[in-house]
Design a protein around this ligand. Structure first.
Ligand code: CA
Ligand code: CA
Length: 416
């Protein structure tokens, strides 16, 4: 499935810098291995094998409520190569896209009196959570809800779009990427992340089979397709390989010395993420995955005060082991930046994310893909709330600050 490469090089800063264009992205670093490299290079046309790919993390979630078609659409317009849907299940076993199966923070469910009785407390991955859960709603019921901004204090402008967008299905995201690829004249990939797979197995709503079926139906389940299947757990990625998944696979990891995949917790496997990200651990990851998706602080550590320290050896080790790297998440707001890159005292204001991103990588080779003038039509909106009655394109134009920052970011990137 995958080929170990001995010639990998890094491109981390390039990707991080470009990623700022998308505001809340993750990214691929390093050249791909022999087989994927050829495929990617051929697929992306203008991009060379050393160019990074830009993952629009939850879409362009710095500018739109995350995991909505509008967010993915804007991400593509801003130059993302890959959009990243998080996948959970409905009660009728349809895969839908939410950051979590608990949806009180990302939808308006709490304002729907007809669903008040569904508020409940569950234990998800060992943590008690009170709220509303996708697995307690049919797709039809879930469709009556609307997305809201998850971080309204930091992204107050995004609250303009509260109530405007439905919760997408995975199928809609697959379809959107296909349309966006045609209309933007560059291939738009998808990076579906299975959320809480052990938990969903425990309630009879396994995520892997319908995900694989959706990829097969879309003719995307093949080596070289622009699909990256992600998970923080290990067992379900191995399950997917056994079931016949042929796309690229991303093992996500968390920072911290003791955290471990929840499937390890559930089965008593003591292996931690820290152990998985040693060189020996990374070699083991290559037996089922192609890419490592570490927390950004595993690549760019911070001290206790929040000051960024020199880059760790993780990217080099991963490349040496034979893995590409997709760190998460580069964010432009002060609240998420290391101390030395914050500007001013407003946690919601943009800091110097560009310089921050450049601190761990070699110079860029070429610019990011320009935004095509013939992009897909904005996704259908069902918004009846005021004020935004505009299309996505018009709404983007109505955010001059964001647009200026994005343009400045792209320019800086191109000048590297
Ligand atoms: Ca994700
Ligand atoms: Ca399963």
């Amino acid at each position: 499935m995958r080929t170990l490469a001995s010639t990998r090089t890094t491109g981390l800063a390039v990707a991080l810098t470009a990623a700022v264009v998308v505001a809340v992205p993750v990214l691929v670093t390093g050249t791909s291995s022999a087989q994927p490299t050829a495929t990617v290079a051929a697929a992306v046309g203008a991009k060379t094998i050393t160019d990074p790919l830009i993952f629009g993390h939850r879409g362009a979630s710095g500018y739109r409520p995350e995991h909505t078609l509008a967010s993915y659409d804007l991400a593509v317009r801003m130059g993302a190569d890959v959009i990243e849907p998080d996948v959970v299940s409905t009660r009728d076993h349809v895969l839908v896209v939410r950051h979590e199966n608990e949806i009180s923070g990302t939808t308006d469910v709490a304002s729907h009196p007809e669903f008040a009785a569904r508020q409940t407390t569950k234990t998800i991955d060992g943590q008690p959570l009170t709220g509303w859960f996708t697995e307690d709603f049919t797709l039809a019921e879930l469709r009556t809800l609307r997305a809201v901004e998850r971080l309204p204090d930091v992204r107050q402008e995004n609250t303009l779009y509260n109530g405007c967008y439905q919760v997408p299905t995975l199928q809609e995201v697959i379809d959107f990427a296909a349309v966006a690829s045609r209309t933007s004249r560059r291939p738009i990939g998808i990076a579906p992340e299975t959320k809480h797979p052990t938990y969903f197995d425990s309630i009879g709503l396994s995520l892997e089979e319908p995900l694989l079926q959706a990829l097969q139906t879309a003719q995307l389940n093949r080596a070289g397709s622009r699909v990256w299947v992600q998970s923080f757990e290990e067992a379900n990625l191995r399950d997917l390989r056994r079931l016949g998944l042929r796309t690229q696979v991303v093992q996500l990891t968390s920072a911290g010395t003791t955290s471990r995949p929840y499937d390890h917790v559930a089965t008593g496997d003591p292996e931690t993420y820290a152990q998985m990200t040693t060189f020996a651990g990374l070699r083991e990851v290559t037996t089922y995955a192609d890419v490592l998706g570490p927390d950004l602080t595993q690549v760019l550590p911070r001290d206790a005060a929040g000051t960024q320290l020199p880059a760790s050896r993780l990217v080099a080790d991963a490349h040496r082991a034979g893995l590409d790297v997709v760190p998460y998440t580069v964010r432009a707001e002060n609240a998420f930046l290391p101390l030395q890159y914050r500007r001013g005292s407003d946690p919601a204001a943009f800091g110097d994310a560009l310089t921050c991103s450049r601190t761990c990588s070699p110079p860029a080779s070429t610019a990011s893909s320009p935004t095509s003038p013939t992009l897909p039509s904005p996704p259908a909106r069902t918004c009846t709330a005021s004020p935004p009655a505009s299309t996505t394109r018009q709404a983007a134009a109505g955010q001059p600050q964001a647009a200026r920052r994005a343009a400045a970011s792209r320019t800086a990137f191109a000048q590297q």
